[in-house]
Write a protein that binds this ligand. Structure first.
Ligand code: CLF
Ligand code: SF4
Length: 294
């Protein structure tokens, strides 16, 4: 099926504010591994009452993911998007590709959406497009490696693990290359996420917006950092900080203002997640999960 960006936009609850009250998404938690460590990401929560990115009650296998979509999409015609947003990095998990391949074949009318830290995006973009994804989000938190080095504890590329500025530079190079190439594809909706960490990267939010706007990125989502993990000692940005950053960045790229910072296993319309309904029949496992920001 030929993907048409305008058609995707009409019914994508994240990319279109007009669509967010009418359409919903299913996140499939099939991707546990991550290849970087963000300082704002904590991997040890597994609470069905917790509602934030990176949290899921249970990992799904590919066949379980397909079953879940069949079961839910059958009784809710408002589901328009199937997203993979963790709980780790989707592109660091082969199951992500198997899942979108299967969903694309069984449910060709649903849009496929991926959210990634971008480290493996350049090498996987063609594959994702070939599998039929119609929207992608890349989280980019800086332009300068010295700033990114304060946000990412380590970056793992294959067998190589890099820390400090070396890891940060590699990650930023991949993120920006992946974003540029994705934005150049006429069929893809592309969003850049920015996790605002006061005193660390707030001075670069406009630079990220400017670059993204120049590349033709469709949307930017500025997200408040939650103080935890390596950033537990910092303060979260206030609503005024976020609004001010959005105001400045809106001159470069359209701003998203209706994000609900979804769980990695969210289901339904934004803000009306039905995870608990669906998870009651599933057992919880005591694994550690990674915070993921879609
Ligand atoms: Fe999911 Fe993300 Fe796709 Fe949407 S969520 S993978 S783009 S289908 Fe949406 Fe949730 Fe905000 Fe993400 S409200 S956290 S922006
Ligand atoms: Fe990985 Fe996302 Fe957690 Fe960062 S926030 S460590 S990219 S899962």
């Amino acid at each position: 099926m030929k993907i048409n960006k305008a058609v995707t936009l009409e019914s994508h609850p994240c990319f279109s504010k007009a669509a967010h009250g009418r359409y919903g998404r299913i996140h499939l938690p099939v991707a546990p591994r991550c290849n970087v460590q963000c300082n704002y990401c904590v991997r040890r929560f597994d609470c069905v009452n917790e509602s934030r990115p990176g949290v899921t009650s249970r990992l799904l296998s590919v066949s379980e993911a397909v079953d879940r979509v069949a079961r839910i999409a059958e009784r809710d015609s408002r589901i328009s998007v199937i997203g993979i947003a963790g709980p780790g990095d989707p592109l660091a998990n082969e199951n992500t590709f198997s899942t979108i391949d299967a969903i694309g074949r069984y449910f060709p009318d649903l849009h496929l959406c991926i959210s990634t830290n971008g480290l493996l995006l350049p090498q996987n973009l063609d594959r994702l497009v070939g599998l039929g994804i119609s929207s992608i989000t890349v989280t980019i938190n800086a332009v300068e490696p010295s700033t990114a080095a304060r946000i990412y504890k380590w970056v793992r590329d294959g067998e190589e693990s890099l820390e400090g500025v070396d890891g940060a530079r590699l990650l930023l190079d991949r993120q920006w290359e992946g974003l540029r190439r994705a934005a150049a594809l006429e069929e893809l909706l592309v969003k850049v996420n920015f996790v605002l960490v006061p005193g660390v990267n707030d001075g670069e939010v406009e630079d990220v917006a400017f670059r993204a706007g120049q590349m033709g990125v469709d949307l930017m989502n500025i997200i408040p950092m939650k103080p935890q993990g390596g950033f537990a000692h910092l303060s979260a940005p206030g609503t005024e900080d976020i609004n001010e950053a959005r105001k400045i960045c809106a001159t470069h790229v359209t701003q998203m203002r209706h994000c609900r910072q979804c769980r990695a296993d969210a289901i339904g319309r934004l803000g009306e997640d039905r995870d608990a309904d669906t998870e009651t029949i599933l057992s919880r496992i005591g694994e550690e999960y990674c915070e993921y920001v879609c």
